[in-house]
Design a protein around this ligand. Structure first.
Ligand SMILES: [Zn+2]
Ligand SMILES: [Zn+2]
Length: 443
């Protein structure tokens, strides 16, 4: 395999190299100033960003989130009042409601995404930032950062907050709404969680853990062959983005412990299996009722589409549009988009590849937002229980809908965009020029 990397020099040379996680282009590691970010010159993927005072900001935000976590989870968020009836609910009650109605899968998904994973993320980021700030390097730090990176897509507090807003708009005409202190704590926890994800400089944290201190990568980058990491006999750890030799495939990464693979194993087959499952679950999710309203003992069921129609008919176009996008368009776009990426096996131009990679990144980004409708129903079922007068119950489509969300999210994580670059641009294609990461100062 042609490579200009001298084997005995490799460990030191590898420190000054990186590869793009989306297209596998081998690049000199960008030496970034605080506030700058670098992106891949071939596919546009962000390769890293240097956040000023990342440790201190992560510590402050995660500690604030931890202090407010219990009040945010246990205090009531809202109360609905109607004709002398009143009902309030907190997040845990909305989970218990699903459990009591024997919707165990939905109860588990809501419990994990709104209660368990946000707590894990706050604890992991706090312990990481505290230890690294105090220059202490216990052996469990790599496990904490791995746990943080694996769970961050599955914590969905900001989507729950949007669900609260949708619920308020939905019910504002028919009931009186009282806001409790819990909603202030909950909003603050959401801001802390989102803020921590934005300021936690993953590359800096990994380097501090590995080297027990910030030792900037110095010296000129080795002369690079214009090739991919695989073309140079290297592979990129998909979690911590450290380069290793392809001979180490199958073993654990020396920095984070993740199993090293040049490409995700059986990515095409696994992604196909998951999107076919999602397409099957999508049918009952839309045909069956997702919610049942008992008004004076008379039950009336409604599907997802009925709910969207209700918003448009009552003039709440913006909320109707949000639910339409999150519940129908996002799952359809994910299933169709991933199918197109899997079916398009013919070689194509770099500009088309660039577009396809952007579609893939969009699919990964939008996937979690489909949980919105489930959260709205969780809140409504917990908040509207006025005995015989009126009550809202969850209906069977919710389980299928939660399965659509889970399978499409797993499908996006099993797909490997590097496979389409491998098919279309051979490792040593003459047109593959030797490029440097693009450095972009942040405003
Ligand atoms: Zn790239
Ligand atoms: Zn690693």
């Amino acid at each position: 395999m042609p490579s200009s990397l001298d084997v005995p020099e490799r460990p030191r040379q590898l420190e000054r190299l990186t590869a793009c996680p989306d297209c596998d282009l081998l690049l000199p590691r960008p030496d970034l100033l605080p506030g700058h970010r670098a992106s891949c010159p071939r596919c546009g993927r962000t390769l890293g960003k240097r956040i000023p005072h990342s440790l201190e900001k992560t510590l402050a935000l995660s500690l604030t989130g931890l202090i407010l976590y219990l009040p945010a989870m246990l205090l009531p968020l809202l109360s609905f009042n109607s004709l002398g009836f009143s009902d309030s609910a907190n997040i845990l009650e909305s989970v218990i409601n699903f459990y009591q109605n024997e919707y165990y899968f939905v109860a588990l998904m809501v419990l994990l995404s709104t209660v368990v994973f946000p707590l894990c993320l706050a604890l992991c980021s706090f312990l990481l930032a505290l230890n690294l700030r105090l220059r202490r390097y216990p052996a469990f730090l790599p496990r904490l950062l791995r746990c943080y990176q694996h769970l961050e897509d599955w914590a969905m507090l900001e989507i729950y907050l949007l669900g609260i807003l949708v619920t308020i708009v939905k019910m504002s005409d028919s009931t009186g709404i009282v806001y409790h202190f819990g909603i202030v704590c909950f909003t603050a926890v959401v801001l802390c969680t989102v803020g921590t994800a934005a300021v936690l400089d993953r590359e800096l944290f990994w380097r501090l853990i590995e080297e027990h201190g910030d030792r900037p990568v110095t010296g000129p980058p080795p002369s690079l062959p214009a090739t991919t990491a695989r073309g140079a006999g290297l592979l990129l750890c998909r979690l911590c983005h450290k380069l290793a030799s392809t001979e180490q495939a199958g073993s654990a990464c020396s920095r984070c412990g993740e199993t090293l693979q040049a490409r995700k194993v059986r990515a095409q087959e696994r992604t196909w299996a998951l999107i076919i499952s999602a397409a099957i679950f999508f049918v009952p999710a839309n045909i069956l009722p997702i919610m049942r309203v008992d008004f004076l003992g008379i039950p009336e069921s409604s599907t997802i589409i009925d709910g969207i129609r209700h918003f448009f008919a009552s003039g709440s176009f913006f909320i109707g549009l949000i639910i339409l996008v999150a519940s129908v368009l996002v799952p359809v776009c994910k299933i169709v988009g991933l199918s197109i990426l899997l079916l398009a096996r013919r070689p194509c131009s770099p500009s088309l590849l660039h577009q396809k990679t952007r579609i893939f990144r969009l699919i990964v980004f939008i996937g979690r937002w489909s949980m919105l409708d489930i959260f709205v129903i969780a809140l409504l079922a917990a908040l509207v229980d006025f005995g015989l007068f009126t009550a809202i119950h969850i209906a069977p489509a919710a389980t299928y809908f939660a399965m659509v969300v889970a399978t499409t999210m797993f499908a996006a994580s099993t797909y490997d965009p590097r496979l389409m670059w491998d098919r279309c641009i051979p490792c040593h294609q003459p047109g593959l020029v030797n490029l440097s990461p693009i450095r972009i100062p942040r405003p």
